[in-house]
Ligand binder design. Sequence first.
Ligand SMILES: *Cc1c(COP(=O)(O)O)cnc(C)c1O
Length: 360
Amino acid sequence: MTPRPVPLRPAVADLPAYVPGARAPVGAAAYKLSSNENPYPPLPAVVAAIADAAADANRYPDMYATELTAALAATLGVAPESVVTGCGSVAVLGHVLVAVCAAGDEVVIPWRSFEAYPIAVAVAGATAVPVPVTDDGRLDLVAMAAAVTERTRVVVVCTPNNPTGPAVRADELETLLAAVPSDVLVVLDEAYVEFVRDPHAPDGLAVLAAHRNVVLLRTFSKAYGLAGLRVGYAVARPRLAAGIRATSTPFGVSHVAQRAAVVSLGATAQLMDRVESVVAERARLLDGLRRQGWTVPDSQANFVWLPLGDRAAAFAADAARAGVLVRPFAGDGVRVSVGEPEATDLLLDVTADWSERRSA
Ligand SMILES: *Cc1c(COP(=O)(O)O)cnc(C)c1O
């Protein structure tokens, strides 16, 4: 008689897998445009801080990341009590959901959007209510507001939206906030905020100052180029921030990561020059695609979206053969991160080939 296995929670047994962006096989050279990473390595001063911090690895880190929290608070113009750091903003989102959701509560999310959302919601024991993005890849904030019920505890607004690219407009966000009850939390996931150049996009900090039920999520993974060290944070009213802190993994941000983030924050001007080159490269990529006849959504982030539908996987395979790793979402489209100019050139060769075949 086989012993009965330990059951997994049904929500966990049914979790969709988070699919990481493709990596080049060991020894093979390829441009990795599959995970929205920063193509630039950390600044020498950041690498030095990392090496220094490594010498203290026998000690637990500062549990509340006091120095980083203070530096962030000063930079953002908020109280340190309003800042909660964590092991990547994905982890912070999980802590936010655990802090406010109970079993059976609903979380309204856009879809297609960040693939971590349905997973984080299910892990928190809540139910995701996905609201489709429009054909041009924009969040439908009117439909998202309409999806709020008595059971809704959280609405997640991903701006710019990963993987489609557009940012929400400030006026449509205000309309959503006016429609949502004051005890429903609105999470603004601003992982790509530093890349936004759309003048109609909201100023997250101003939105937070005007609404008590808002939490901002930001990260060092993208513009600050520290994806490998896992540092993200939430900004919220102190009472909410305390709740998020209470549910966080103790010592979730390593000492190495804290030091790297503090030094990177101090080098913001230099790092934003790099962001500016990614923004310029994004314009060149979008322009090149449109000249080839592609219809692509606006992008305010460090990636572009090719709505290829059923041909997503075939395109990704072709791109990989050309030496560019991209991220296909089966049946939906392909997300291409903006990286090195050489990678843009290679990618535009592949897309040119595809548009010729399409019109042939
Ligand atoms: C990359 C990303 C994050 C941040 O992830 P980290 O855990 O901070 O590396 C958060 N939200 C979205 C939408 C992202 O694309």
